[in-house]
Design a binder for this molecule. Structure first.
Ligand code: NAP
Length: 267
């Protein structure tokens, strides 16, 4: 998708993939800087490991505690996080809805993606945020962080931390507009859904951040007639936002999406 965007904008730069092992990260960053790279996208496990190597951390990335985009600018290295803002655009595109207007329930909120999405929901002004995780401790800490985040003059969201086995889970799901699936359960096509099918309703919007396979959750949601979307749109928009950081111009999102879909179809 980035090559399609570069070509469409008449830019001669090239976007490539590099396999960097954890112990090679510092040396790799130094080499990229030395070789006049404009920017980098990073994925696990580098999203947090890179933080001590940065000259500047954008406030949004600092809040997320993770970076997915780097920009080199006259020898200075800045880290950004476009995952949360990418999701906002994805929800607008897929459900024609503003994230901040929805009551959300986040499955796998204790992981890195779940944390970024939960914080973004709070920043967008969601009035109800239910954090669901297999390991309850992680979301209890995140819920406390979110409650502190919202300035006292703004209406505070109702934030709940619950485990996947919470006896009241059905009530929380019933009072939800948008279910955001952020756990890694589903990456293997045979994985079960983290949510019992009987809890899903026709008027739910269900977004699964996994895009590598059609997950059981998505199949169940489609089965009850709910609106569904997968994480390909989040991937698209986090990439488009990175492009905008690097080149300070609007990204050709439609062309990037077409390239992404073509690439996925060929795989
Ligand atoms: P992570 O930090 O390792 O977190 C994994 C999460 O999944 C945790 O909440 C974990 O719960 C939960 N989990 C793992 N196995 C589980 C199981 N068997 N049953 C229930 N919960 C389970 O991973 P991550 O970086 O957040 O990534 C999570 C997912 O987000 C991945 O599937 C990835 O594809 C997706 N993602 C998509 C995009 C996109 O652009 N679309 C971007 C980033 C991530 P515990 O806390 O209890 O271990």
């Amino acid at each position: 998708m980035h090559m399609a965007a570069l070509k469409a904008c008449g830019l001669t730069q090239v976007y490539g993939r590099l396999h960097i092992r954890p112990e090679e990260l510092a040396e790799a960053i130094a080499l990229l800087k030395f070789n006049n790279f404009i920017g980098v996208n990073l994925t696990i496990p580098h999203k947090t490991a890179v933080l001590p190597l940065l000259d500047v951390i954008h406030p949004h990335a600092k809040l997320m505690g993770a970076v997915n985009t780097l920009a080199f600018d006259e020898g200075s290295l800045t880290g950004f996080n476009t995952d949360g803002t990418g999701l906002v655009r994805a929800i607008a595109q897929d459900f024609d809805a503003s994230l901040g207007n929805l009551r959300v329930l986040i499955l796998g909120a204790g992981g890195g993606a779940g944390r970024a999405i939960a914080l973004q929901c709070a920043l967008e002004g969601c009035r109800q945020i239910v954090l669901v995780n297999r390991t309850l401790d992680k979301v209890e800490a995140l819920a406390a962080e979110i409650r502190q985040l919202i300035p006292s003059e703004k209406p505070a969201p109702q934030v709940f931390a619950v485990s996947l086995t919470d006896p009241n889970l059905a009530d929380y799901v019933a009072a939800t507009d948008l279910i955001l699936q952020c756990s890694s359960l589903g990456m293997n096509p045979e994985d079960p859904s983290p949510l019992n099918r009987s809890l899903l309703r026709r008027d739910h919007c269900v977004y699964d951040t996994i895009y590598s396979s059609r997950t059981q959750l998505i199949r169940d949601a489609e089965g009850v007639g709910a609106r569904t979307a997968n994480g390909l749109s989040m991937l698209l928009h986090q990439g488009a936002l990175a492009f905008e950081i690097w080149f300070q111009r609007e990204a050709p999102v439609d062309l990037m999406q077409a390239a992404l879909l073509q690439y996925r179809a060929a795989k």
